[in-house]
Ligand binder design. Structure first.
Ligand code: AP5
Length: 216
């Protein structure tokens, strides 16, 4: 039986880092709405052009665009036996749309993992993040540096700082998270699906807590 997981938490908490590792270990697709949207922006598609300004300001892309994008992704054959949604849902409307979609397919979310860390840690992680625009690998200048400064270990491309990782935009993203996404914690707790993961430790410590939360 496949695993259907939602990763929830503030920007920079480490959702993407943990999601990539867990999805690979469990052989389920890692569906990051941020990664998909950045790929659309990079490709210059209509969706990318619509999304870009919202993303650069640190605001959420409108629900209708994101919901349609996720529905298309979940309909692909590799999602038949489970998936890991990273960064979706992010609003009450997105959560309702996901529930409606799953009611139609007869599937359920098995668990929502809520990753949490103090704001000062989030800001440190985001301001030190370097990303590979080609293969989406993430690094951190102190915590997870690449072998060669500025170069992706996996594909050799030049690393970049994401446009939304500038200090003003980081603060806006944290405000947007508090205003629009945090309410989902109570929603999923009330549904009995939420597990909290203390994410202030090292990547390995958080990975162990994540794996442990799915045992039993
Ligand atoms: P998205 O890409 O989803 O951004 P986010 O939620 O803000 O999350 P991040 O990717 O910034 O952080 P993360 O928690 O994945 O942390 P990471 O593992 O990289 O979304 C970007 C934008 O797209 C949004 O602002 C919005 O505009 C749009 N969007 C996306 N989804 C949407 C939706 N559903 N609806 C509407 N709009 C949407 O780690 C961060 C850094 O910390 C890295 O450098 C990493 O190396 C380091 N690190 C990770 N773990 C640790 C650790 N334990 N110790 C030390 N360093 C660590």
């Amino acid at each position: 039986m496949g695993l259907r997981l939602v990763f929830l938490g503030p920007p920079g908490v480490g959702k993407g880092t943990q999601a990539k590792a867990l999805a690979a270990a469990r052989a389920i697709p890692h569906i990051s709405t941020g990664d998909i949207l950045r790929a659309e922006v990079g490709a210059g598609s209509e969706l990318g052009n619509q999304a870009q300004a919202f993303m650069n300001r640190g605001e959420l892309v409108p629900d209708d665009l994101v919901v349609a994008m996720v529905a298309r992704r979940l309909a692909q054959p590799d999602c038949a036996d489970g998936w890991l949604l990273d960064g979706f849902p992010r609003t009450g409307a997105q959560a309702a749309a996901l529930e409606k979609h799953l009611a139609q397919t007869g599937e359920n979310v098995d668990r929502v993992l809520y990753f949490r860390a103090a704001d000062e840690i989030l800001i440190r992680r985001l301001s030190g993040r370097r990303a590979c625009p080609e293969c989406n690998a993430n690094y951190h200048v102190e915590a997870m540096p690449p072998r060669t400064e500025g170069v992706c270990d996996q594909c050799g491309s030049a690393l970049i700082q994401r446009p939304d990782d500038q200090e003003d935009t980081i603060r806006n993203r944290l405000d947007v998270y508090r205003a629009q996404t945090r309410e989902l914690i109570d929603h999923y707790r009330a549904a009995g699906l939420l597990t909290e993961i203390d994410s202030e430790g090292t990547v390995d410590e958080v990975a162990a807590a994540t794996a442990g939360s799915l045992e039993g």
